[in-house]
Design a protein around this ligand. Structure first.
Ligand code: GLN
Length: 305
């Protein structure tokens, strides 16, 4: 699974990190497997009745016949305190944002809380800079959920859960811009969120001058104020910003620029197989019992932000 994701994502890395790769179009790998898997994921019907609630009390010895949910025999040290410390960057609507009460909220936050509930642990969310997330895993935080794309480079430092969402980079342009193809991006002033896959892609664009922001919304503000030619950011935040800055900007599908499909997953400490298994089991239960789809409807399709 991981290998497969890595293979699919190699294309993204290839164009953003490695020297000497071919053009983006040539690097494109088939993504059907991933799509099918995601489709399967959101179609899941069979409710997992014998779910995990009991995981919390009897961490050491999960009853053997309580299938599925309690398959994970070992318990991660990260959960020894009964708390799953989660890092996010709440600047990425609809996946994460700060709500009216000043709390991190959004699809990812609801998902990780539901996962924590299945695992029988308390979930604490820490809002930090996106670029610090990966290096903080295993020290400051246990895991990260942040609309984070599985990339080969990140896989050198962390492991990832099974993927839970498929995305692609979009290009946000001012209304009336002539930018419409990969060719048009050459030599442009491009805004990105620091340390993201949009940043890596922009970095590879010929003669582009790249402005990195900690908050995506600041990039979009600079776009609206005429300081940038475009912003490269993931699909769903791009669509949120398009409606927030209605009439001022347009979000263009990255497929038009030959950008590759990306997969979001939860980043976990490298080698913590017990935690990976518990998270994957909980995620699968949420897919099977319909919770996952309900969260998609509430936060992503419902435009709740
Ligand atoms: N999916 C992008 C990445 O992983 C952006 C994530 C984000 O900005 N939260 O780099």
């Amino acid at each position: 699974m991981k290998k497969f994701l890595a293979a699919v994502l190699a294309a993204v890395l290839c164009m953003s990190v490695l020297a000497g790769c071919g053009s983006k179009a040539e690097d494109a790998l088939p993504t059907e497997g991933v799509s099918e898997e995601n489709a399967g994921a959101s179609e899941g019907a069979a409710p997992a009745e014998n779910a995990t609630e009991d995981n919390g009390d009897s961490k050491e010895a999960a009853p053997a016949e309580d299938a599925g949910a309690t398959e994970a025999a070992a318990v991660s040290e990260a959960l020894a305190d009964g708390v799953l410390n989660v890092g996010t960057n709440a600047e990425f609507p609809p996946f994460e944002y700060v709500n009216d009460n000043g709390e991190p909220d959004g699809f990812d936050i609801a998902l990780i809380k539901a996962i924590g509930e299945k695992m029988g642990v308390e979930v604490q969310v820490d809002n930090m800079e996106f670029a610090s997330l990966v290096s903080s895993i295993g020290t400051k935080i246990d895991v990260s959920i942040a609309g984070m794309t599985v990339t080969e480079e990140r896989l050198n430092t962390v492991d990832f859960s099974n993927s839970y969402y498929e995305a692609v980079q979009f290009v946000i342009v001012p209304e009336g811009s002539s930018i419409a193809s990969a060719e048009d991006l050459k030599g442009k002033t491009i805004g990105v969120q620091l340390g993201t896959t949009g940043d890596f892609i922009a970095d590879e664009i010929e003669d582009a001058s790249v402005s990195q922001y900690n908050k995506a919304v600041d990039a979009v503000n600079d776009l609206v104020n005429g300081r940038l030619d475009c912003v490269i950011i993931d699909k769903n935040p791009a669509l949120v910003f398009q409606s927030k800055f209605d009439g001022k900007v347009t979000a263009i599908d990255g497929a038009q620029f030959d950008f590759e499909v990306e997969n979001y997953a939860i980043a976990i400490p490298k080698g913590d197989a017990a935690l990976a298994e518990q998270i994957n089991n909980a995620l699968q239960e949420l897919i099977d019992d319909g919770t996952f789809d309900a969260l998609v409807a509430e936060y992503i399709e419902g435009g709740n932000e």
